[in-house]
Design a protein around this ligand. Structure first.
Ligand SMILES: C[S@@+](CC[C@H](N)C(=O)[O-])C[C@H]1O[C@@H](n2cnc3c(N)ncnc32)[C@H](O)[C@@H]1O
Length: 216
């Protein structure tokens, strides 16, 4: 076997173990992502119900799940906030939003509202959100300082920003490769520089940090 072939094989193995996270990569192939995001193995380490419970939402709250993907968390937020609340499923990939909308209709969850975002804005109104939630997506956002400003503008008084993402210091087969991951410390640093205050940190997720900030 030539060394070039070996390198190709290793690259392929790595590609299959981790989703290929160059920031531009496409989430248009929904079938593939449904398989990856919506499975029992993921539930075991992502603990979505525990995550939502830890956020102590109230009936009527407005939650915006940025980079909602297949709606894995948005569906749970919609249940937690009840009929008078809203779970915005914010994503820049129209195919993901189509999937979310169809599933919400099938499941009878009219309070899941798909929102087509741009790379630089969630496209929501100022002073309209109680909780921004960003899971496995913050590393896809380019100009984060400017993005945090928009989030601060859109949060109501006492509003929160919760971020869950893969630890940089762990040896992981899940998630983006090490170079793409953001260290917990740099993330806390940049979010607090934007005026947010770290108010809670949960450590029950095996491979991710889970940080909760309060709006400036
Ligand atoms: C790795 S997936 C995470 C999906 C979901 N949060 C979950 O945990 O199952 C990242 C998602 O973020 C979306 N995305 C990437 N950049 C974004 C941006 N700037 N604004 C909104 N969505 C974005 C992608 O289209 C994709 O659906």
């Amino acid at each position: 076997m030539t060394s070039t072939f070996l390198v190709m094989l290793m690259a392929l193995a790595q590609h299959q173990g981790q989703h290929h996270h160059d920031p531009q990569h496409s989430f248009a192939n929904t079938d593939r992502w449904v398989e990856e995001f919506e499975n029992a193995e993921r539930d075991a380490q992502q603990k979505p119900d525990d995550v939502v419970r830890a956020l102590k939402l109230s009936a009527g709250d407005v939650v915006a799940d940025i980079g909602a993907g297949t709606g894995y968390f948005a569906r749970r937020f919609a249940k937690a906030v009840g009929d008078n609340g809203i779970a915005y499923a914010v994503d820049l990939e129209p195919k993901m939003l189509e999937y979310v909308a169809e599933r919400a209709q099938k499941d009878g969850q009219p309070n899941i509202v798909p929102v087509l975002a741009t790379a630089s804005s969630p496209m929501l109104a100022p002073d309209s959100v109680d909780l921004f939630f960003i899971c496995n997506t913050i590393h896809h956002i380019g100009n984060r300082p400017a993005y945090y400003e928009i989030l601060a503008r859109d949060l109501r008084d006492g509003g929160r920003l919760a971020i869950v993402d893969f630890r940089k210091d762990a040896d992981l087969i899940e998630g983006p490769n090490e170079a793409m991951r953001l260290a917990r410390e740099s993330l806390v640093d940049e979010v607090t520089k934007a005026g947010f205050r770290l108010v809670e940190e949960h450590d029950f997720l095996p491979v991710q940090y889970f940080l909760v900030f309060e709006a400036p």
